[in-house]
Design a protein around this ligand. Structure first.
Ligand code: HEM
Ligand code: HEM
Length: 125
């Protein structure tokens, strides 16, 4: 698996969606989705772009299981979280939808980031 490419491609898809929501907010004047837009662009695109570039700049980090675990944890965790946030902020679902999926998805992202930090500490050179 090419972890660097996967992060960059998935992050770019989030950027397309994030900017589309930003343009919708600007055009409509309805900013209810500002938090969703912010996190699609930041947790989605920005973080994934940074991860993708890091795995390319430090190829040793991309070898082995840790990088793959990180990709799947971040991809699944952030997707669940961003969909929940969209449903909540758009009014399509109430607060009840956040439990227990939101903390679980946050934990997936967090464990992924811990793995990334450990990998950077031990392999980035
Ligand atoms: C053409 C592209 C974009 C448009 C039209 C756009 C538009 C907007 C709009 C209308 C808001 C709501 C402002 C408010 O209610 O206070 C907003 C908020 C925000 N945008 Fe964008 N945006 C764009 C791209 C981006 C990108 C690329 C990023 C990050 C990488 C980003 C990060 C944010 C953040 C963090 C907020 C929340 C700011 C806050 O609440 O103080 N935006 N954007
Ligand atoms: C699991 C990951 C994350 C969780 C659970 C989370 C949660 C939150 C929460 C609860 C808020 C307050 C929303 C409100 O004002 O009602 C917030 C705001 C914000 N977060 Fe995050 N966040 C996460 C990741 C990130 C990341 C990775 C970034 C940047 C790279 C980021 C940037 C921001 C910014 C700029 C705001 C202010 C946005 C605004 O006021 O519209 N967050 N976040």
């Amino acid at each position: 698996m090419n972890v660097a490419k996967n992060f960059l491609v998935m992050g770019s898809l989030y950027l397309v969606i994030g900017i589309a929501i930003g343009m919708y907010m600007g055009a409509s004047g309805n900013h209810d989705l500002a938090i969703v837009h912010a996190h699609i662009n930041l947790l989605g695109f920005t973080l994934m772009a940074v991860f993708g570039i890091a795995y390319k700049v430090f190829p040793a980090m991309a070898e082995g299981k840790l990088a793959r675990y990180h990709f799947y944890l971040h991809a699944v965790g952030s997707l669940i979280l961003l969909v929940l946030l969209f449903l909540l902020m758009s009014g399509m679902a109430g607060e009840a939808i956040m439990m227990p999926l939101a903390p679980i998805s946050e934990l997936l992202v967090f464990i992924g980031v811990l793995i990334f930090a450990y990998n950077a500490y031990s392999k980035a050179d």
